[in-house]
Design a protein around this ligand. Structure first.
Ligand SMILES: NC(=O)C1=CN([C@@H]2O[C@H](COP(=O)(O)OP(=O)(O)OC[C@H]3O[C@@H](n4cnc5c(N)ncnc54)[C@H](OP(=O)(O)O)[C@@H]3O)[C@@H](O)[C@H]2O)[C@@H](O)CC1
Ligand SMILES: Nc1ncnc2c1ncn2[C@@H]1O[C@H](COP(=O)(O)OP(=O)(O)O)[C@@H](O)[C@H]1O
Ligand SMILES: [K+]
Length: 514
């Protein structure tokens, strides 16, 4: 087909993004979609899978345990030289995995001992314990201290209450720890610590990783995490209704450049400019431009437009009243909040919603909605940090995912709860966790850059949750690149400068397959 025969994409809608593994509406997901490598499994998800496995074949649970223990043993053989290994086993199937791992390592000639934190209780753990023919030593901190490597197979998904001081003291005495499924004491769904938890060097997860591997403070205890395939049948994993994913390219896809592109097909982002903090609106606008929109404009009060006109030459400044601007073409996508006083946001934001604009609400708009979240209903995406979230919705709870999910469902908007682990929650319950970032992003104006980037991804035609996920990833990638080029200490302008490179990198896909 010649270029002339190709249809140019429509403004704001762009070319259709390809249907994606998870992002394209898991709720309405076609039957038969394979389990995304980006999926994160909750404890309840694993229980459902295990129950389905048991129904499928009575031999399957044991096979899965064999594979899980074997995956743990191979992880150790891959990363450690043969050494004295002490495998600490709990009463449940996490302990069962530990007995299998011990047997496999021992068969490979490693010096392995078992120490039972509690006697095996599940039928499978009992069966695996009965097959252990090697040394068993008492569960004590001294034994842990004497081992060269400790394997944590005490509690995993079944952790139901805080770990005892004895268990905590055992792991505290260990020098190097590899955990199966989760470090003992880390809640797999929330990353919260249930008692004192030691830091592991590695954690091997099964089937897929868990939200708790990515959420603080648990994330810091896991060390390097990897998911091992353990032979969970495709009949179970295919179409499995996951609600949580890691945020990486593949969960979403931004449009690539196209010969028939023009600045309007790439999308136009409009930013509300305020009177007292113009820099914030300028950063949002630059964030929008550098992340690839075709045009970014600032709407300003005529008396304060000078500072925007003296800004970067590629920014267009509009001074007509907002209601008049909204009658013009290319006024669908708005960023409303950076640099706005709450009262300014209160006069602009409702007008944008009235005109059915697609709005990113940040900063001043969130302040305007203090203790009254329903004022935000109609926004496409909200981008609060923890403080802003608390002002609108109440404090972020220990379950960060649940907090963001509830807020999203309450308002009917995508909520981007920013931080070390940014949680991107959709009103329908989908959640992505983003750790593709750096603490170097904690610099004033960085959030303004993000809101402009969300504007670009919306204007590129992505639905709000996918747009928010894409923007958070681009922002994190740009932050990493900026940190690298600025000795670890970038400022917001440096993050802006790396957004183009970030978008190019996103096109190549993720280097983290799981
Ligand atoms: N599909 C998969 O992913 C697969 C997963 N597999 C593996 O299964 C593991 C899950 O097994 P699991 O359900 O038996 O739970 P697990 O963590 O071993 O312990 C539960 C026991 O501990 C007890 N208990 C809890 N907290 C306690 C505390 N603080 N202090 C004292 N006791 C405490 C609890 O007691 P209860 O709460 O019942 O009173 C119960 O007796 C998973 O992590 C993975 O390793 C693989 O085998 C294959 C496929
Ligand atoms: N410790 C951290 N690790 C990773 N990212 C962080 C960290 N602290 C802040 N960030 C990111 O930096 C940005 C800061 O946003 P915000 O607090 O709104 O900044 P501002 O209001 O100054 O623009 C967010 O995208 C947030 O996710
Ligand atoms: K464990």
């Amino acid at each position: 087909m010649s270029l002339g025969q190709q249809k140019a994409p429509k403004a704001g809608e762009s070319r259709p993004t390809q249907p994606l593994a998870a992002g394209n509406g898991e709720a309405g997901r076609p039957e038969g979609q394979r389990l995304s490598p980006l999926a994160l499994l909750s404890v309840a998800d694993s229980r459902v899978m295990d129950a389905q496995a048991e129904r499928l074949s009575s031999a399957l649970p044991e096979e899965l345990m064999q594979h899980a223990g074997s995956a743990g043993a191979h992880e150790i053989m891959r990363h450690y030289a043969p050494c004295r290994v002490l495998v600490a086993c709990g009463p449940g199937n996490n302990g069962g995995d530990g007995y299998v791992l011990a047997r496999i390592l021992r068969a490979q000639g490693w010096r392995v001992e078992i120490t039972p934190a509690l006697p095996p209780q599940t039928p499978l753990a009992r069966a695996m314990a009965a097959r252990w023919k090697g040394a068993v030593v008492p569960f004590s901190p001294q034994a842990a201290a004497e081992a060269e490597l400790v394997v944590d197979a005490v509690f995993g998904a079944g952790l139901s209450r805080p770990v005892s001081p004895e268990v905590a003291a055992f792991f505290a005495a260990a020098d190097r720890i590899v955990a199966l499924d989760l470090p003992t004491g880390v809640n797999g769904d929330t990353g919260q610590l249930m008692g004192e938890v030691a830091r592991c060097e590695r954690t091997v997860a099964f089937v897929r990783r868990r939200p708790g591997h990515f959420l603080l403070p648990g994330a810091e205890k896991c060390g390097f995490t990897r998911a091992a395939e353990i032979g969970m049948p495709a009949r179970i994993t295919t179409g499995f209704p996951v609600r949580c994913w890691r945020n990486e390219p593949g969960l979403w896809r931004l449009p690539r450049q196209h010969p028939l592109d023009n600045k309007y097909t790439r999308g136009v982002v409009n930013v509300c400019g305020g009177t007292v903090m113009p820099g914030a609106a300028l950063l949002a606008t630059e964030g929008a431009r550098r992340s690839g929109c075709g045009m970014a404009r600032i709407a300003s009060d005529p008396a304060h437009a000078g500072v925007f006109r003296n800004g970067p030459p590629g920014i267009i400044v509009d001074t007509a009243p907002l209601a008049e601007l909204l009658t013009q073409p290319h006024r669908k996508y708005w960023v409303c909040g950076p640099g706005l006083l709450p009262q300014e946001a209160g006069t602009l934001f409702p007008v944008l919603l009235e005109a059915h604009c697609c709005v990113v609400a940040d900063a001043g708009t969130l302040d305007w909605a203090r203790e009254d979240p329903q004022k935000l209903r109609g926004a496409a995406v909200l981008t609060p940090h923890d403080g802003e979230f608390a002002r609108v919705f109440g404090p972020v709870g220990p379950d960060r995912i649940e907090s963001a999910r509830k807020a999203a469902s309450l308002v009917g908007s995508v909520v981007v709860l920013k931080g070390y682990t940014t949680v991107i929650a959709a009103p329908d319950g989908r959640v992505a966790l983003n750790v593709h970032a750096t603490p170097a992003l904690a610099t004033a104006g960085s959030g303004d850059v993000l809101s402009g980037t969300v504007g670009t991804c919306l204007a590129a035609g992505l639905p709000p949750w996918e747009a928010a996920c894409a923007a958070v990833w681009l922002h994190g990638e740009a932050g990493r690149r900026a940190a690298w080029s600025e000795g670890g200490w970038p400022i917001a302008e440096d993050i802006v400068a790396q957004l183009g490179n970030a978008r190019g990198t996103a096109e190549k896909g993720t280097d983290d397959p799981g």
